[in-house]
Design a protein around this ligand. Structure first.
Ligand code: ADP
Length: 164
């Protein structure tokens, strides 16, 4: 059984993430999309909300599941019996940090490989941060995130006032 972990903040999950998940689901028997607690990033959505949005996004993929974790990624991956960790690479700007992360993880546990995947070219400009900024400023994010994520973003940034 080939198991892979795709970790991230997923604050919120985007079509770029989904593209990577779909590619991974064709290569591995089981893909665990693992939402990191990661409080240092002061996320817009709670851990529970982020995991829920991921779970709704992957509902059509039978070999993919959503989970959450805190603490060291490499320990979490090993606890699942995963052979690999997937990270997405969009541009050269992602490379330096991802390279560092992959090597430190290998130092801690040599049995878990890090695999990099590139999204479809149309998603290379997408990040959770940019999507939040567009929505916050009143832009339409429906081309960048799954429909239920667009609704969640709209509600978070532009809640409709209760009827008078
Ligand atoms: P993190 O806080 O771990 O960077 P993110 O949710 O921002 O969490 O991203 C999780 C992973 O998905 C990272 O490897 C990131 O490079 C990758 N990723 C983010 N957006 C995209 C995208 N549009 N296309 C491909 N990979 C992406």
């Amino acid at each position: 059984m080939r198991i892979v972990v795709y970790p991230g903040s997923f604050d919120p999950v985007t079509n770029g993430h989904l593209d990577v998940i779909q590619r991974a689901s064709r290569l591995f028997d089981r893909v665990v999309v693992a939402v990191a607690e990661n409080d240092s990033k002061q996320p817009l959505f709670t851990l529970h909300e982020r995991r829920d949005l991921v779970a709704q996004t992957i509902g059509h993929l039978p070999n993919v599941q959503a989970d959450s974790f805190s603490g060291l990624l490499i320990d979490y991956a090993a606890s699942l019996g995963a052979q690999a960790i997937i990270r997405g690479l969009r541009a050269v700007s992602d490379f330096e940090f991802e390279f560092q992360l992959a090597l430190i993880n290998r130092k801690m546990n040599e049995t878990v490989e890090t695999i990099f995947m590139m999204p479809k070219d149309t998603y290379t400009f997408l990040s959770s941060r940019i999507v939040k900024e567009v929505c916050r400023l009143g832009g339409d994010v429906s081309a960048f995130v799954p429909p239920h994520v667009a609704i969640a973003l709209q509600r978070r940034f532009h809640p409709t006032p209760p009827p008078a």
